[in-house]
Design a protein around this ligand. Structure first.
Ligand SMILES: Nc1ncnc2c1ncn2[C@@H]1O[C@H](COP(=O)(O)OP(=O)(O)OP(=O)(O)O)[C@@H](O)[C@H]1O
Ligand SMILES: [Zn+2]
Length: 466
């Protein structure tokens, strides 16, 4: 079988995917700072990397997926002050909200969702080791990373250290040696949440948490490190500097970054105020449609959010689901085998292979979805045949199920509402009164297929969900 090729920000090339250990993938995805609800731009990373994980699993890899929560930082401290609550209360609330949102969007939970506040000891030990090696220094309770000492600084974002230094400055109150140096530990100000450390009371800087937690849960070198494109610099550059200085080994083999979600050709962001919260939008549209929309564009490209494109995603997904449910319906009236089974099975297999070919090419979900439309086209052609076989129908169904599962789309039939059930029962009773037993039985079967059980009693028909 062919192999997966993926674009690595570190080398700026598409490379053949070769995991460190055969059939195993260690993957770390930078997670949210939990001080408010996520908008759909923030959700893009969760959806695309969940899909990449699903695809790797589909291709037989055992994936260990770790994604952190930044549950203490400046934004959380500010929110706590504004809301008159403490940091852990706010963090807990938005961690739960995050899980609700991404679960609705079809994202699986990570194997581990480590939190900064539960890993302070590991972070302190990491910082101390960097000090011992001469890569970090303390000034008045703050600890900084000495970027000048890490010769490869800038290798991920492809910038020279001199260029970067020219663009950096020392903020008022910062006592670092070099404008590029960054905080590993921040001394606590009056009244701020803090932990004891060898440098006094304080809390970790942002970058160190990912280096420390990735190492704790996945080891010194991991296969894939991922996040939004704006994390390339400085966050991921700093993570590399910290981790590689400590271990002397490469931190991650492949660095993956997703593009932005735009609205009116502008990045959706909290500060611009042009955002749509996942929490709100999924009350109005099916979260699966939102997911399908996100995956209709390659993960590295920008994606423009608009009602028209959402509407077209909705129609597209409906087209696939209609094919699927029509196939299911036909199952009852299909025979065991027909003469042209092999030919149809071959066609289905061709689509299976085409999907793998597209997804192997840097997880091209846009082209993967095009293959699914082709599969639906074939399925619809098949349904026009006079005789259909169970074998072929099952193969089509399985193909839809497998490929849509890779995209995180579930194929549940919409549940019937109570009113719809009552309406069908009324229709069935009328049919029986008119001695149209065929129609009555058909309605009973239709309800049974949706797990609704009818019970005829002298008082009338009762129903329950099976
Ligand atoms: N429009 C977007 N499209 C894709 N990813 C995004 C978008 N906006 C933010 N992200 C990702 O979400 C994560 C959190 O970003 P951040 O909190 O900076 O969001 P933001 O809305 O841009 O906020 P702010 O405007 O306050 O910077 C980042 O890792 C970033 O990669
Ligand atoms: Zn990170």
């Amino acid at each position: 079988m062919s192999s997966i090729r993926l674009y690595n920000t570190l080398t700026r090339k598409k490379e053949t995917f070769e995991p460190l250990e055969p059939n195993k993938v260690k993957m770390y995805v930078c997670g949210p700072t939990v001080y408010n609800y996520i908008h759909i731009g923030n959700a893009r990373a969760a959806i695309v990397f969940d899909t990449i994980r699903r695809y790797l699993e589909f291709r037989g890899y055992e994936v260990t997926y770790v994604s952190n929560f930044t549950d203490v930082d400046d934004k959380l401290i500010k929110a706590a002050r504004e809301l008159g609550e403490d940091v852990p209360t706010i963090a807990e609330r938005f961690i739960q909200a995050y899980f609700e949102d991404i679960t609705a969007l079809g994202c699986k939970k990570a194997d581990v969702h480590p939190r900064v506040t539960e890993n302070i000891d590991v972070i302190i030990a990491f910082i101390q080791a960097l000090i011992d090696k001469g890569y970090a220094y303390e000034v008045d309770g703050d600890v900084y990373y000495r970027t000048r000492k890490f010769a490869e600084y800038g290798k991920l974002s492809h910038q020279s250290i001199d260029e970067l230094r020219a663009g950096a400055r020392i903020e008022i109150g910062e006592k670092k040696d070099d404008p590029l140096d960054f905080a590993l530990w921040k001394a606590a100000k009056e009244g701020e949440i803090c932990w004891d450390s060898p440098w006094g009371k304080g809390r970790p800087g942002w970058h160190i948490e990912c280096s420390a937690m990735a190492r704790k849960y996945l080891g010194d070198t991991i296969d894939i490190h991922a996040g939004g494109q704006d994390l390339t610099f400085p966050h991921h550059e700093n993570e590399i500097a910290q981790s590689e200085a400590l271990t002397g080994k490469p931190f991650a083999k492949y660095w993956l970054h997703n593009g932005y979600l735009n609205i009116n050709n502008e990045k959706m962001s909290k500060s611009l105020g042009n955002f749509v919260l996942v929490h709100d939008i999924i009350q109005q549209i099916d979260p699966q449609v939102l997911r399908f929309f996100m995956l209709s564009v390659h993960y590295r490209h920008p994606i423009n959010y608009s009602d028209e494109l959402l509407e077209s995603a909705k129609k597209g997904l409906e087209r696939l689901k209609t094919s699927y449910f029509n196939l299911k319906h036909r199952l009852q009236s299909s025979t065991n085998l027909t003469d042209d089974d092999e030919q149809w099975l071959e066609r289905i297999y061709e689509q299976h292979e085409a999907f793998i070919r597209e997804m192997d090419d840097d997880f091209n979900t846009a082209n993967g979805i095009a293959v699914l439309f082709e599969l639906a086209k074939q399925a619809n052609l098949y349904l026009h045949e006079k005789n259909t076989s169970e074998r072929v129908i099952h193969a089509f169904l399985r193909e839809f199920e497998q490929l849509l599962d890779v995209l995180g789309i579930t194929l549940q039939e919409e549940e019937l509402l109570d009113e719809e059930i009552e309406e069908l029962i009324k229709k069935r009773n009328e049919a029986r009164k008119n001695r149209n037993f065929a129609l009555a039985d058909q309605i009973r079967d239709q309800l049974k297929a949706k797990n609704i059980i009818l019970e005829d009693t002298p008082q009338g028909t009762r129903w329950k969900r099976g």
